[in-house]
Ligand binder design. Structure first.
Ligand SMILES: [Fe+2]
Length: 148
C-alpha cells in the first residue's frame, strides 16, 4: 500500500517534514517497481533512497543537537541500524541484478526479497518517521518551522 502524506504526520519542522515526504515518495516508487518486477528501477530508486536517508539523517541529527533533543544519541543509533539494514539489502539487490545480467532469473526468491524489502521500508516509515521522529514534535514546536 502506498503511503500518503497527511498534515498530522508533520513534526513542525519544514526541512524534516519535506525530507520525510520525499522519503515516502521513494518508498512508494520502490513498491511500484517491485509490483512491475522492474528490478533495474528497484535498484536505481533504492540507491536514491539510501543516499537520501544518509543525507536526511545527518540533517536530522544536526537539528537534534541544536535543539538539545534529550534522546539524540539513542536516535542516532537507530539511524545507524537503518543504514546497516539498507546496505545489506543493497548488496542483495546487486546479487540479483548481476544474475539477471547473466540471464538468470530467480522469480520466487526475488518476490520474497521484494516482500522483505517492503516490510523493512514500511516498518521503518511507520516505526521511525511516524513514531520515533514524532517524539521531537513537542520540542520542535518551540522553534520556528523554518528552523535548520
Ligand atoms: Fe529519525
Amino acid at each position: 500500500m502506498p503511503i500518503f502524506w497527511r498534515d498530522q504526520m508533520s513534526i513542525q519542522n519544514d526541512l524534516l517534514d519535506q525530507d520525510h515526504r520525499y522519503l515516502f515518495c521513494l518508498v512508494n516508487s520502490i513498491e511500484l517497481s517491485l509490483k512491475h518486477a522492474d528490478l533495474a528501477a528497484t535498484v536505481l530508486v533504492f540507491k536514491q533512497l539510501m543516499d537520501y536517508s544518509v543525507l536526511h539523517f545527518t540533517r536530522e541529527e544536526k537539528v537534534q543537537i541544536k535543539i538539545k533533543y534529550p534522546a539524540k544519541d539513542l536516535h542516532r543509533g537507530r539511524h545507524e541500524e537503518i543504514i546497516k539494514s539498507l546496505s545489506r539489502f543493497h548488496t542483495e539487490l546487486g546479487f540479483y541484478e548481476r544474475r539477471r545480467e547473466e540471464g538468470l532469473f530467480f522469480t520466487e526468491a526475488e518476490d520474497a526479497m521484494g516482500e522483505r524489502l517492503l516490510k523493512l521500508l514500511h516498518d521503518w516509515i511507520v516505526e521511525h518517521v511516524l513514531t520515533e521522529d514524532r517524539k521531537m514534535e513537542p520540542l520542535l514546536k518551540q522553534f520556528p518551522k523554518s528552523f535548520q
